[in-house]
Design a protein around this ligand. Sequence first.
Ligand code: MEV
Length: 448
Amino acid sequence: MRKNPLQVVNTDKKKINGFSKKTKAERRAWLVENFLQPGQGGEFLRFDTADVALQGVIDNFSENTVANFPLPFGVAPNFVVNGTTYAVPMVIEESSVVAAASAAAKYWMTRGGFHAEVVAAEKLGQLHFRWSGRPERRAALLTGLCTRVRAQTLPLTERMESRGGGVRGIRWKHLPEVSPDCYQLLVSFGTADSMGANFINTVLEAYGQELRRWATDSPELNDDERDLEVIMAILSNHTPNCVARAWVSCPIESMNLPGSGVDAADFARRFKYAVDIARQDPYRAVTHNKGIMNGVDAVVLATGNDFRAIEAACHAFAAQSGQYRSLSQCRIDNDTFHFEVSLPLALGTVGGLTKLHPLANIALDILGRPGAHELMGVMAAAGLAQNFAALRSLVTTGIQKGHMKMHLQNILSSFGATPEERTSTETHFAGKTVSHHGVRGYLEDLRG
Ligand code: MEV
């Protein structure tokens, strides 16, 4: 017998209405009452900042807030990008990432540094609609439609135009795979130093309104072409034409790894081999790209940019050939090693969280208040550095050697180890496999 849908409606006692209207203290109390142990409410309090105004700013970033969730803000110094030396701010919870970026930056500092360029900086937005006209009519109607929507949105675009941005072009696509009457206006934008999400969405929604009016009163349309329904208007996070490229290169003979005993030519050969695997094998490519995103995301977060947008765009970009591939490439030409990455990085250095979050603001100060293009270059370099560091470990010592050091520190922190206990445990575990169980046993013995 089919279940009555009404019987599966949630009548749980934990259901709550008006949660968003409650004060933060009330929300915390409700959580403790319904989901936590009585003592756990104090955990929320521990992360509150004493600065009431700042706390208010943080609370307003999101909704239903019950606590702050701190992440470490680190800096990777010695990043030379296009001849300028940066200390790159990175917000990330994974141990070893900042250390790896710093080590790679220092390595390349003495080998010409990173080079970066913005290949293109176009952002896209889409307006989807249903329309009763025939697809062949688009060519004749597009110019009139463009003139109308552009004139109508002039007050919205004027300021952006004065900053070098604005609407760059409008294409009118037919999407018969969805339905014979499905169409899209694909609008390209320049957004200067801002990420531009609000600007793009505002313009697109205004286009939607004008499109409706156009269908009603345009003398260019026949009566059977006036049925038009706007479905949605939103920017596209697929930004294959908003791309930064970063690269390093040096003679293979300088690819030595001081103190490792690894031969430079052998290292370069194994390194390229590893990148080639990630170009061909999607299982490896995903992990390889995750390493790149370790660097990229950390800078995206530190500078108050949208890491979900960047993640989505980069992975779509990695799959644009029809197969998911490595975002970086390596080649060896005439005894010279070349390593590069191209990344779609639609980001901003003005507006949004970049302005509101005090630490994002500081991060941009540390970087010397870059424009969006400069930040795109630095971010691509951070991704390349991270990728270089990961592959360098993978094809030489293996990744665990470096990770174990950090892993040990994290385990020691979880047991509240004193400086003396740390030194003793580090000495004991040097060259040995580190496990939570092993460290606990060692500390227990030490503590008697
Ligand atoms: C770990 O966060 C990232 C790596 O797995 C990247 C890679 O394998 O290239 C080390």
